[in-house]
Design a binder for this molecule. Structure first.
Ligand code: SF4
Ligand code: SF4
Length: 260
């Protein structure tokens, strides 16, 4: 059992994000990809983990924390918000900006490095930890993963889903999620919402932002979105991404329902 406290883990995650050279893209004039993250905790025995196995949520292939790590007690979930430079660059129409493409591709390498850093920190302190995103058991079947970072973030109280199927946090939706399952108990973060899409105002701004028109007032057509992402990959290989529905919209960098 580790003696690490959550606030120590959060401090170390902040330090890694704000000071790691891996968060910098040299090719784009030393562009930083992520700002200070949000960090939260879900209980490994939360009733919602079973709910994720339902076909209309994620599906039976979704593994619970205990199925990933015997003796799991908590799940640390974080949101890495993109810097203003990346977000602003992608406010144009059409294909994604170079900054966004780096943020999505090199940004995911950074996210994996952060997961590895957290796992190592916990193991060094005497605990056990697994980051599904870098575990060899991670599997995607029919474009559905056995560990959904967005659903994990929802359970951990980080935010809710939105019309375009992104997650809206208190720092908006433009960013990436990650998580680590651990064998020690930490008080779960309170979920400040009741509905799955509570933070989305249904303003419809993301509908007009989507280049292939994959979004309408009822939600997102994943097939149309994925087809566009394939087109982006073809054009910018090995980079890909889009994020037009997460930029130049009211939920880009804040919860639009939060009172200021
Ligand atoms: S742009 Fe408006 S409708 Fe679209 S996800 Fe954000 S808040 Fe919801
Ligand atoms: S990621 Fe791009 S293609 Fe997919 S829904 Fe958002 S704006 Fe549309």
């Amino acid at each position: 059992m580790t003696t690490l406290l959550l606030h120590t883990i959060k401090e170390k995650i902040d330090d890694f994000v704000l000071n790691s050279p891996q968060n910098i893209v040299n090719e784009l004039e030393m562009m930083r990809m992520y700002d200070q993250p949000l960090v939260a905790v879900a209980g490994a025995h939360d009733a919602l983990w079973e709910k994720l196995k339902e076909p209309e949520v994620v599906g039976s292939q979704h593994l619970s924390p205990q199925e990933w790590l015997v003796g799991a007690k908590s799940v640390i979930s974080y949101f890495l918000p993109y810097t203003q430079r990346i977000r602003r660059s992608n406010c144009s129409e059409g294909f994604p900006s170079a900054e966004w493409l780096y943020g999505r591709y090199e940004g995911e390498m950074f996210n994996n490095a952060l997961c590895g850093f957290v796992v190592e920190m916990i193991e060094r302190a005497g605990g056990r930890a697994i980051a599904p995103s870098i575990d060899k058991r991670l599997a995607v079947v029919n474009r559905r993963s056995n560990w959904s970072e967005r659903h994990v973030a929802f359970i951990a109280g980080l935010g809710t889903f939105s019309l375009n199927r992104s997650m809206i946090t208190s720092l908006g939706s433009a960013g990436r999620f990650g998580s680590v399952i651990v064998d020690f108990a930490s008080a779960p973060t309170k979920r400040l919402y009741k509905e799955v899409d509570e933070y989305c105002t249904k303003c419809g701004a993301c509908i007009d932002r989507c280049p292939p028109r994959a979004i309408n007032e009822n939600g997102k057509d994943n097939g149309i979105c994925l087809h566009f992402l394939d087109e982006v990959l073809e054009r910018y290989k090995p980079r890909y991404g889009c994020g037009k529905c997460q930029t130049a919209v009211p939920c880009e960098d804040k919860n639009p329902k939060e009172k200021v």
